[in-house]
Design a protein around this ligand. Sequence first.
Ligand SMILES: [Zn+2]
Length: 229
Amino acid sequence: MQPADLEQGIIMLRHCKKDIYCAYVPDCCPVCGQSAVASQRLEDAPVRIPSPFLNGHREKFSFLLKPTEGTFLRGYDGMSDLHVGITNSKGIVYNYNEAGVHREEWGWEQCVGVPLLQPDMYGLINQWDKYLEDFSIAETWLPHRYEENQHNCYTYALAFVNCLLAAQGKTQKLSKNEFTEQFVLSRTRRASKYITIYQTILHDNFYIIDTPRAKQFKGYSNATGNLLQ
Ligand SMILES: [Zn+2]
């Protein structure tokens, strides 16, 4: 299996009281060497763990996060700089850096995404592209105003989020920490686990951990919900 396929999802099966993550279902259990599939109970059958990453250009009205260089699954070491942006109704990603505001149609194919609207917010949906464009041409987002720590891509995206909140009549603004804790952290934690599993499989073919005790008896109740959150 090529890394590109593995980027779409990982297989997980259970044997020898282990959770075994791999790119494809193996003929034999890598722990005991027995035929892995034949001896399995139904609840231990292989499941596919979908990638937590989204193609940002298919996510409307969303906050996106990705490495400034490269992608999460290729080259990201957990410490590299991250870049954020906001999509319009057509998946064009508005983002701010030292060269000003960019409107990008590619380059955000592997992101962590936070949807910013509910599907029934028709008023905002209809106005979104104009709001985002008007917001972006303000003097405050000119290139010379950029400052790496205090006036950066996150400042821009969060200011837009706060404009949305104000447009909905909310007086309270979200700080960067509040927004991160409420909306971003659970997603980046899940992404981080996936990166670890992905990189271990690339290197060793398998990522193996003890099955949590409770799950040894229950099987899967919700494959993705339980495993990578
Ligand atoms: Zn086994």
